[in-house]
Design a protein around this ligand. Structure first.
Ligand SMILES: C[S@@+](CC[C@H](N)C(=O)[O-])C[C@H]1O[C@@H](n2cnc3c(N)ncnc32)[C@H](O)[C@@H]1O
Length: 215
């Protein structure tokens, strides 16, 4: 058996026993990470029924699926998702996907009005989410640096196209520049919280920084 076959066998065995993976599959969500966003949203009420949401690193699509469940009944909100990988699920026209590397996109082209080009879409988002994760090298400091570069870019985007009073949620890797990043977030938001949702795998270094009420 090759290493790739062995890794995929181990992953398959792990997934069969992971309650979050099984629940996501049963409920038709594309990834188990749906439950992390759901928990954070329940704690902090990030997303309202008429919110406009930017989801950075949205593939395969479970966070956008969650956003859709929150906004679909009101018929007023919408979302823009960005990822280098394709989405594995399709959405109604009020959820728009941009297939791109976030570092190659003009920030002004991400706004609801620019991305959807539909009458009535706002100039700013109410919520900016980032679950972006870099390709990992296995070298802790390298992976932390790559992850921090994504976080800092997500914050720069939020600074430009999140409305005052809007909310931000970004995945970070613990250690590295995390404390400095939290300090940066405090400059931009009235309140900053750190949350490690229950669905986070025990061995994972990931956690979420939540910025509430943009200044
Ligand atoms: C953990 S996955 C996101 C899962 C997603 N929240 C969901 O629930 O379906 C992280 C994603 O970040 C994306 N990503 C990483 N770097 C990126 C970049 N520079 N630009 C756009 N997407 C990026 C990856 O392609 C990957 O799909």
């Amino acid at each position: 058996m090759t290493k790739q076959q062995s890794d995929s066998k181990t992953k398959g065995r792990y997934e069969r026993h992971d309650p979050y993976y099984r629940a996501a599959k049963k409920q038709g969500f594309m990834a188990r990470s749906i439950f992390k966003l759901e928990e954070i949203d329940k704690d902090f009420s990030l997303i309202k029924s008429d919110s406009w949401v930017l989801d950075l690193g949205c593939s395969p699509g479970s966070w956008l699926q969650y956003v859709d469940t929150r906004i679909a009944p009101s018929k007023h909100g919408g979302a823009v998702g960005v990822d280098v990988l394709p989405l594995k699920v399709s959405f109604a026209p009020y959820i728009h996907f941009i297939h791109a590397n976030i570092f190659d996109v003009e920030i002004s082209s991400l706004t609801p009005r620019a991305a959807l080009n539909m009458p009535g879409t706002p100039l700013f988002f109410d919520v900016v989410l980032s679950d972006m994760a870099p390709n990992t090298s296995g070298i802790k400091s390298v992976d932390q640096d790559r992850s921090m570069a994504l976080c800092e870019h997500a914050l720069a985007i939020a600074e430009q196209i999140l409305r005052p009073g809007g909310n931000f949620c970004v995945k970070v890797l613990e250690g590295g520049g995390m404390q400095a990043f939290v300090k940066e977030c405090r400059r931009v938001f009235f309140d900053v919280k750190i949350r490690r949702p229950k669905g986070t795998r025990a061995a994972s270094m990931e956690t979420y920084v939540v910025g509430l009420k943009k200044k």
